[in-house]
Design a protein around this ligand. Structure first.
Ligand SMILES: Nc1ncnc2c1ncn2[C@@H]1O[C@H](COP(=O)(O)OP(=O)(O)OP(=O)(O)O)[C@@H](O)[C@H]1O
Ligand SMILES: [Mg+2]
Length: 286
């Protein structure tokens, strides 16, 4: 007697459910960032060179590429987070709603008020769950309806039901996945325009990962997300647009990251224009 065909089961079990809707034509999309000829350097050595790309409003944009190609450097440029690194410098322009945020006259704190960030490792403050979410609101002096705003952010971050009876408990008593959703709630409580996420799910289990992907999908009518991920399936599931960065090598052993290809996620994963993208998304890289 023939054994049942295992392959089809495996194929079925890894089939990814996508949250994406068909992309509207690019000319109908609103540009939120226009990045032009961006070079980012540490100690005078380029980490990324000549990156030009637009980021569109109310979409999820994924940044993918091998380790060290400058993904984190790039998204930290989008909210002036690299300013905190003394050896950092940059050239080129990043217009955010038309204003060049690389201009030294622009207040980085005001930039970060509109462009929030969630990091790879959850970093809640050693305070209560409630105080973590209310923190940014208090800094901004938004003291009206504080409880309602906290509830709204926790609900949007798909955490409210799990914490509503323990809001005064320490944030550090939550699980890793809950802490990461708390950090998302903290980032969205101040109602930013853009949320940047640097590998937000890399330390999470598949259930917490799915919850984060689901919440990006359900919140993108209100926010614009830019997410760095090493997980190809995650990019394919959540992102409308995908940018593939790779490492270029100079004659004297210098290495820097560059943007190889940027297009609708469907195109990047099914019919990329560049051989390097194809090798990476099909796992032939390296
Ligand atoms: N604070 C820093 N000081 C000096 N060099 C840095 C700093 N941060 C990053 N770099 C360098 O810049 C380059 C790009 O690093 P980056 O962290 O942006 O890459 P990445 O694509 O996010 O990598 P990974 O996938 O491993 O997170 C690397 O060569 C790295 O060593
Ligand atoms: Mg990184």
């Amino acid at each position: 007697m023939q054994r049942p065909n295992d392959t089809s089961t495996i194929e079925r079990s890894v089939k990814v459910e996508t949250h994406r809707q068909p992309m509207p034509p690019r000319e109908r999309l609103e540009r939120i960032f226009a990045v032009e000829h961006l070079d980012a350097l540490y100690g005078g050595k380029p980490a990324i060179k000549d990156v030009s790309m637009d980021v569109y409003k109310n979409l999820v944009t994924a940044i993918i590429g091998p380790s060290g190609c400058g993904k984190s450097t790039f998204i930290r440029c989008l909210n002036r987070m690299n300013d905190l690194i003394p050896s950092f410098s940059q050239t080129g322009s990043i217009r955010y709603h038309g204003q060049d945020i690389t201009d030294p006259g622009v207040d980085p704190v005001a930039v970060r008020r509109n462009i929030g960030m969630v990091f790879q490792r959850p970093n809640p403050f050693p305070k209560s769950i409630q105080d973590n979410v209310a923190w940014g609101l208090k800094v901004l002096g938004l003291k009206d309806n504080l409880d309602e705003r906290v509830e709204r952010a926790l609900t949007q971050a798909a955490l409210w039901d799990e914490v509503k009876d323990r809001l005064k408990a320490s944030a550090l008593s939550l699980s890793g996945g809950q802490q990461q959703r708390l950090c998302i709630a903290r980032a969205i409580a101040v109602e930013p325009d853009v949320v940047l996420m640097d590998e937000p799910a890399s330390a999470l289990d598949p259930i917490a990962t799915a919850a984060i992907e689901q919440l990006m999908h359900s919140l993108k009518s209100e926010y614009t997300f830019v997410i760095v991920t090493h997980n190809m399936q995650q990019a394919a599931r959540v992102a409308d647009m995908t940018a593939f960065f790779s490492i270029s090598r100079g004659e004297e052993g210098q290495r820097w990251g560059e943007l190889v290809e940027y297009d609708a996620t469907e195109k990047i994963f099914t019919a990329p224009s560049d051989k390097r993208t194809e090798d990476y998304v099909t796992g032939r890289f390296g």
